[in-house]
Ligand binder design. Structure first.
Ligand code: MG
Length: 169
């Protein structure tokens, strides 16, 4: 027997994003839109802001609007050395046009050094401003990898994010 179409009972949608960047000497270290003084920085076509990228993908995923590679191809000179806060603003516009409001973001950054805790309040502020929401709607957590894998060896920075959005009535 064919399955009946389920009635839509909610307008909430959820999405996840994940990103990793190699760390190299001589690169600016930008995370969550905040520049932090450190001996290495993420390698990337843009500023390599893994946290902003994971959040972009989580939001695009929640709205089923594709992924970052599709909207910001690294073959495009438009996005070379771009600030990833600009990516977030662009994604916010895409979601807004599609009728979605962002409810909250929760993100985790995997990084061995430097310590991120002192910078987290500024990151939440910057990310929230780019998305047109309040800092209390953006959670940023940080953890080390206990010396394991590329993150643990200080060779990479990784970020994961989850986003909840709602279709406006
Ligand atoms: Mg990235």
């Amino acid at each position: 027997m064919p399955l009946k179409k389920q009635p839509r009972t909610t307008s909430l949608r959820i999405g996840t994003g994940d990103d990793i960047h190699r760390l190299a000497r001589g690169r600016r270290f930008v995370l969550g839109g905040v520049e932090i003084s450190f001996e290495k920085g993420p390698v990337g076509h843009s500023d390599g802001d893994a946290l902003a990228h994971a959040i972009c993908d989580a939001l695009l995923g929640a709205a089923a609007l594709g992924d970052m590679g599709q909207h910001f191809p690294d073959s495009s000179p438009r996005w070379r050395n771009a600030s990833s806060l600009g990516f977030l603003r662009h994604v916010r516009k895409l979601l807004d046009t599609a009728g979605y409001t962002v409810l909250n973001i929760d993100a985790t950054v995997g990084l061995e050094r430097p310590k991120l805790a002192p910078h987290v309040p500024r990151m939440r502020k910057k990310l929230a401003a780019a998305l047109g929401i309040e800092p209390r709607q953006v959670s940023v957590k940080a953890k080390t990898a206990e010396g394991l894998g590329p993150v643990g060896l200080g060779q990479a920075i990784r970020a994961g994010a989850i986003a909840l959005i709602e279709l406006r009535a």
